[in-house]
Design a protein around this ligand. Structure first.
Ligand SMILES: Nc1ncnc2c1ncn2[C@@H]1O[C@H](COP(=O)(O)OP(=O)(O)OP(=O)(O)O)[C@@H](O)[C@H]1O
Ligand SMILES: [Mg+2]
Length: 274
């Protein structure tokens, strides 16, 4: 694929047959040290993940706290370099073509990075400016998206620090869609939302896939959400996938409900992790 010219300036074509995501042998470890202790310890956050996600799929990642979900998402989003392994987004290597990949992905996470003193409108204008989306067009789209997510228009014009966490999350979702919806990496997008807002965001995720030709990878602790949204689910434990399949396949193999599947596959280690 040619990357001649400025990486930011041209519309980016992706081959229709390209996999949205291909990850082979991905490892990432961190060093951590208990306070007062001089010894460093290695934490294997992601320990050999292989994954392919075809275009248009919604893939769910379920796993206990500390199992490596956010680390994996951050690697896919080019925010962390893997120690080993190869990741391609629509055929572009995340290390070699970082800027191109950034135009094809967007990450929504609970710790959304915003300028908290600026309004939602200003933050969205800043983000879309980086991606070359005309401001007026972006504003109209943002209003429409946030309207659908149930955020009143007047909330767009107050500093973000004055919005509730769930309201800020909605702005983060709008931002992800405005800039580059091709592969959306959603790290617990509905955590902390009220039941109605959660439903709205879930419906919105389904609509984005349908209407925008988007591929979605979503981490969640909500089993119902995983069943409702995901074509396939990966169960991660201690940095490794224990199983990947459709909810029906996983239930046929490992338990009557997705929650039962989770406990069968995570087993004793869940008690240790929580
Ligand atoms: N920057 C870091 N430095 C050191 N250790 C880290 C760092 N980021 C993550 N870890 C460790 O890597 C492991 C995986 O963390 P990660 O955030 O990926 O888990 P998670 O599955 O997203 O958990 P949660 O469900 O709580 O969000 C944990 O043991 C965590 O302590
Ligand atoms: Mg996490």
């Amino acid at each position: 694929m040619s990357i001649a010219g400025g990486e930011f300036t041209r519309p980016l074509a992706v081959a229709p047959e390209a996999l949205a995501l291909s990850a082979v042998g991905v490892y990432k470890s961190f060093r951590e040290r208990e306070s007062g202790n001089r010894q460093w310890r290695r934490v294997d956050a992601v320990s050999g993940i292989d994954l392919t996600v075809p275009r248009g799929e919604i893939l769910g990642i379920l796993g206990p706290n500390g199992s490596g979900k956010s680390t994996l998402i951050r690697i896919l989003a080019t925010l962390l370099m893997p120690d080993r392994g190869q990741v391609e987004i629509f055929g572009y290597d995340v290390n070699r073509h970082r800027l191109l990949v950034r135009r094809l992905i967007n990450r929504v996470s609970v710790e959304a990075s915003f300028f908290k003193k600026l309004t939602a409108e200003e933050n969205l204008a800043y983000a879309t400016g980086l991606y070359g989306v005309p401001n007026r067009e972006a504003q109209t789209m943002a209003r429409a998206i946030l309207d659908r997510l149930g955020l009143p228009a007047k909330k767009l014009r107050v500093p973000l620090e004055q919005l509730s966490r769930g309201q800020q999350q909605k702005v983060a979702i709008a931002r992800a869609l405005l800039t580059s919806p091709t592969l959306m990496l959603l790290d617990e997008p509905t955590t902390g939302l009220d039941p109605k807002s959660r439903r709205e965001v879930q419906q919105f995720v389904l609509d984005v896939r349908q209407g925008h030709d988007a591929t979605i990878v979503i981490c969640t602790h909500d089993m119902d959400e995983a069943e409702r949204l995901c074509d396939r689910v990966a169960i991660i434990n201690q940095g490794r996938f224990e199983a990947v399949g459709t909810p029906e396949e996983l239930k046929a193999r490992h338990g009557a409900t997705l929650e039962a599947v989770f406990f069968t596959l995570i087993g004793e280690s869940t008690a240790q992790t929580y």
